[in-house]
Design a protein around this ligand. Structure first.
Ligand SMILES: Nc1ncnc2c1ncn2[C@@H]1O[C@H](COP(=O)(O)OP(=O)(O)OP(=O)(O)O)[C@@H](O)[C@H]1O
Length: 507
């Protein structure tokens, strides 16, 4: 197996990689790093979770180290992704004199201006805020020699094509190296971006399937009104380590989050109407195990790298195959296994077939858990919890109440009554989600997202009457969640990942 050293990476960067546990480069890193170091433009495509950030980020550190002024600009479609890329670059450059600054909307511009004045070598940002800084002349471009477009197809889907063109027009072009990476590269995008690049080297390390074989893919046929119950039943039976559940709209995400919280799950929502500070806080909580379920719109579909995500649930079927690929790619990362379960209304089955066809993979039908399986899962969950409770310190006054109750009812009867209450306690709360129309029946040709201008040129979109243009909610900034019930709930204990076993005997 090839080592980073053989790819021409410097000793200083090798030390940082060693500290991160990056012993061997991934295939996309092996294939693309030599070209990047030579200064060639690269169009890189590899499956989700296979190290594309390192593919452009590791050689970039060697390119910019010790230089003065902004050397590289990286554009990403969402603020979370910009932040994550910057964090990775800081890790790659540990111990070296490389400074990385992020610029994205929703955060105070003054602080960004101050950071830019200090002359970082690398700036990572979302297109809107980068343009803002270009117009204010607070982002100096004269020494930029590298432009990186991360998830370029998504930036185009979001309508950033003109913004990207504008940004490129403001950068030196003669000796500029342009790198573009994504897991999905629709033809229209390839054609379009090649105009911005100089004889790019196309590096593809995809297997035949677009979806990662590390991910077991299931679909569950369920009617709209039964979705929530089926979902919580699956959560109880599969007991994910961490789960991301995707809803189609912001309203759906808000309602689903409140409903999960009311049922005792540790969940929080993420969408474009939530303030940026809150969005970053929610992600931090998810990464630090303070919540188990992240409920999100497609704002979380691209690039987010959170280790421990064992399950992705598509509560609503995604509106196009690229979105499906990126959503499920939040699990099964860096060689780990994961499971993705897509809920499908009986009238939406054509969409499952389209995904299968596009990804050249069959999905497995997963029947909803039976009441008996759910009850069994709840019982074993409570048993696990009891162990922890018994081993934790218990206050004297509680011991006293226990003594009183045991004297009245006897210990077995008392424990049985309490267990029954624990196991069935959240069953009664009634949950009403606003009815979402299923995607309309049929089609399957290459679709257009509608909406005019440059949006919608790149996506293999399912066609149908209900396919309104996906709301570009990723960077808007209005906090609708204020005042919503976010009180902490009983944590649920973690069990071994059981998705596959369950699926196997439910085929
Ligand atoms: N050479 C390596 N050795 C070990 N771990 C690695 C290596 N390269 C990347 N990783 C880890 O693999 C995970 C996925 O990497 P990354 O986020 O770059 O994937 P990606 O291909 O950009 O995925 P996506 O398409 O979803 O954006 C990260 O946690 C990263 O730290």
């Amino acid at each position: 197996m090839q080592k980073f050293k053989e790819l021409g990476i410097s000793e200083a960067t090798l030390n940082a990689l060693d500290g991160m546990g990056f012993t061997e480069p991934t295939p996309i890193q092996i294939e693309s790093i030599p070209h990047t170091l030579q200064g060639t433009d690269v169009l890189g495509q590899a499956q989700t979770g296979t190290g594309k950030t390192g593919a452009f980020g590791i050689p970039l550190i060697d390119k910019v180290a010790e230089k003065q002024g902004v050397q590289a600009l990286i554009l990403a479609p969402t603020r979370e992704l910009a932040n994550q890329v910057a964090e990775q670059l800081r890790s790659f450059s540990k111990g070296q004199n490389v400074s990385v600054v992020t610029v994205f909307g929703g955060m105070p511009i003054d602080r960004q201006i101050k950071s830019l004045k200090k002359g970082p070598q690398i700036v990572v940002g979302t297109p809107g805020r980068v343009i803002d800084h270009l117009n204010r002349k607070t982002l100096k471009t004269e020494s930029i020699s590298t432009l990186i477009l991360d998830e370029a197809d998504e930036m185009m889907n979001m309508g950033f094509i003109d913004d990207m063109r504008f940004i490129m027009s403001k950068l030196p072009s003669e000796n500029r190296q342009t790198l573009l990476f994504s897991a999905t590269m629709p033809k229209a995008i390839q054609e379009l971006v090649q105009k911005f690049m100089k004889s790019p080297k196309i590096v593809k390390t995809m297997s035949n399937e677009l979806s990662d074989p590390q991910i077991d893919e299931y679909y569950t046929i369920v009617k709209e009104l039964e979705k929530f119950e089926t979902f919580t039943n699956l959560l109880d039976v599969q007991n994910p380590e961490l789960a991301i559940v995707f809803g189609r709209t912001k309203r759906r995400v808000d309602e689903l989050t409140s409903a999960l919280i009311s049922k005792g799950y540790r969940a929080e929502g993420l969408h474009g109407d939530i303030t940026q500070a809150k969005r970053l806080e929610v992600l931090k909580k998810f990464k630090n195990d303070k919540i188990d379920i992240l409920v999100a719109t497609d704002v979380a579909a691209r690039g987010l790298d959170i280790s421990g995500v064992s399950h992705v649930y598509n509560f609503d079927i995604p509106q196009d195959t690229e979105s499906y690929t990126h959503r499920i790619g939040r699990t099964g990362r860096a060689g780990k296994k994961g499971a993705a379960i897509t809920f499908v209304n009986p009238v939406e089955m054509d969409y499952i077939r389209q995904i299968e066809k596009a990804n050249k993979r069959q999905m497995t039908s997963l029947r909803p858990p039976t009441p008996g399986e759910v009850m069994q899962a709840k019982e074993s969950d409570v048993k696990d919890k009891v162990k922890g409770w018994v081993e934790s310190p218990i206050e004297g006054r509680i011991e006293k109440i226990a003594e009183e109750l045991i004297n009245v009812y006897g210990d077995q009867k008392l424990v049985a009554a309490l267990l029954q209450e624990l196991i069935t306690s959240n069953n009664e709360s009634d949950v009403q989600l606003t009815f979402e129309k299923p995607l309309s029946k049929k089609s399957g040709q290459r679709g257009n997202r509608g909406g005019g201008n440059s949006r919608g040129k790149s996506r293999t979109r399912f066609e149908g009457k209900n396919n309104k243009r996906r709301s570009n909610d990723k960077n808007s900034n209005f906090d609708r969640n204020k005042g919503k019930n976010t009180k902490p709930n009983k944590p649920r204990s973690k069990k071994q990942f059981s998705g596959r076993t369950f699926a196997e005997h439910s085929k």
